[in-house]
Ligand binder design. Structure first.
Ligand code: SF4
Ligand code: SF4
Length: 154
């Protein structure tokens, strides 16, 4: 007798529509090659195929011009996906009081985020007082190369 509700549930589920999103198959263009060619020619755009909510935590968006290199985000990142980098490496000429001229490497601290190591926890954007990191809405991030250009935000 106890199995009756289970059978009823199985029968009910078997005639219901799937509740899962059919992505990505339903969104696939007929020809991937033609689609990418259109993207290259500016005739098509790769966008998230479904709307994301405002609080969605997707690929990090980093604004280097707003960042002051304080390093707070590095400290809170649980996966060590962020490293501090010197930017931009430039050589400046320095003249001391005796007139000696030397060349020094002048840099400012900035960060580099390895998206493949990010778990999208949002800690970095929460702690950044400059608004230099934010959670974006991009989520099509599968790749074979974790160090590809689009996998690194800097
Ligand atoms: S992104 Fe924000 S928290 Fe991270 S180093 Fe830059 S200013 Fe500091
Ligand atoms: S969102 Fe990603 S980069 Fe930012 S703290 Fe979390 S794991 Fe690190």
């Amino acid at each position: 007798m106890a199995k009756l509700p289970m059978f009823r549930e199985i029968l009910g589920q078997s005639v219901k529509k799937p509740v899962t999103n059919l992505f990505p198959t339903i969104r696939m263009p007929k020809s991937i090659t033609r689609f990418f060619r259109s993207v290259t020619e500016g005739k098509a755009e790769i966008v998230p195929p479904v709307a994301t909510p405002p609080v969605f935590r997707g690929k990090i968006v980093y604004d280097r011009t707003a960042c002051n290199g304080c390093g707070l985000c590095l400290k809170v990142c649980p996966t060590h996906a962020i490293e501090q980098v010197a930017y931009p490496p430039m050589t400046v000429t320095v003249t001391d009081e005796k007139g000696n001229v030397t060349e020094k490497l002048k840099t400012e601290k900035r960060i580099r985020i390895y998206i493949a190591s990010c778990v999208f926890c949002g800690q970095c954007s929460d702690i950044c007082t400059k608004g230099a990191v934010a959670m974006g809405n991009e989520f099509l991030l599968a790749t074979e190369d974790r160090f590809a250009e689009e996998q690194i935000a800097e």
